[in-house]
Design a protein around this ligand. Structure first.
Ligand SMILES: [Zn+2]
Length: 341
């Protein structure tokens, strides 16, 4: 049996022909990184290769690393294996990785979404023989509504809270979701305040994305200043002492998980907006079809159910165990970034 072009081992997704890993979860010599979320870009690799835009993002967390930047569609060769990055549409600086060797093409998505959010680059389908896909929201129950509608609802919610003289606290993870929300908040309604973790990441991204002005919340920020305005905060700040100074406030979360009403109730959030940086069920199926791939490997999410469905549709589909966590990990990252001020 010949060695597959990409194999899953205890360190990550391995290309033996090039001796390089894609988004490895253990420290390795050479790693090609899809995006900046903590479950995809980890500590301890000797050499990192990623999209230029992702460099300041991963350096913000990993600091002094040896990293080389690539452009989208730029081919680079390692031991006769051709690699190139394509937009994944997930967050700013996110890529899919295309790998070509001896006429065989594989694509690894990392995390992705097909709706163009205006700041992450539009997802580009790439023809391949084998497609390695996430399926965080790989159930038919997940069906996103167009983002224009979601942002309209978020801004109306903020306006109503302002009329009630309450502070609106909107939760979204600090890298990706927070900037996507910020991009579409309407500054004519009021001022936009940020939690320190979100402000720090937003500052990093201002050089590559056009975003409205924000004000960092400090220990000197008063309730009166916040009243009627909106606060962007990581989900982990919910229930913390940090948030209590905002009384009276109302909370909302923007996440794909808000599809399940129980999820909102369990986390004691007043309002849920269904908004995700991952594909919904139909998005996954459309993306897969567009690649023309016959072999599909699911890495994280509802992998078993999703793969079974694909096999029923005639695909050669299987799952592989990885340490990627999808939107949950993004919440974990927010927890990691949480600073108590
Ligand atoms: Zn991610």
């Amino acid at each position: 049996m010949t060695t597959p072009l990409l194999a899953f081992n205890t360190n990550g997704i391995y290309c033996e022909a090039a001796d390089v890993y894609l988004d490895p979860w253990k420290p390795v010599n050479k790693a090609i990184i899809t995006h900046g979320h903590a479950d995809h870009s980890r500590w301890g690799h000797k050499e990192y290769i990623t999209h230029h835009t992702n460099i300041p993002i991963i350096k913000h967390r990993l600091e002094a690393i040896n990293v080389t930047g690539k452009h989208y569609n730029e081919t680079f060769t390692i031991n006769n294996v051709k690699f190139s990055l394509y937009p994944a549409g997930h967050i700013i600086g996110s890529s899919q990785i295309r790998v070509e060797h001896r006429g065989e093409v594989w694509v690894f998505t990392g995390d992705y979404k097909i709706e163009d959010d205006g700041i992450s680059g539009a997802f580009e389908p790439v023809k391949c023989h084998t497609f390695i896909t996430e399926c965080t929201f790989g159930l038919p129950a997940f069906k996103w509504i167009p983002q224009e509608e979601v942002f309209k609802n978020i801004n109306s919610w903020w306006s109503e809270n302002r009329e009630d003289k309450k502070t609106s606290v909107l939760f979204g993870y600090s890298l990706g979701k927070a900037q996507r929300l910020l991009k579409y908040l309407d500054p004519s309604i009021g001022k936009i305040y940020t939690h320190g973790a979100i402000e720090n990441m937003t500052q990093v991204l201002r050089s590559v994305a056009d975003l409205p002005d924000t004000i960092r919340i400090t220990k000197d920020t008063t309730k009166e200043e916040l009243k009627g305005n909106i606060v962007l905060a990581p989900p982990s700040s919910h229930g913390s002492t940090w948030i209590r100074r905002m009384v009276p406030y109302v909370t909302a979360s923007a996440s794909g998980w808000m599809t399940f009403r129980g999820a909102r109730r369990r986390s004691a959030i007043d309002k849920g907006f269904v908004l995700s940086d991952h594909c919904d069920w139909q998005g996954l199926l459309d993306a897969i079809e567009a690649t023309g791939a016959e072999k599909i490997i699911s890495t994280h999410g509802y992998t078993e159910i999703f793969s079974r469905y694909l096999r029923e549709q005639g695909y050669d589909a299987r799952t592989e165990k990885t340490q990627y966590e999808g939107e949950q990990a993004d919440t974990e990252q927010a927890k990691e970034n949480l600073v108590s001020e």
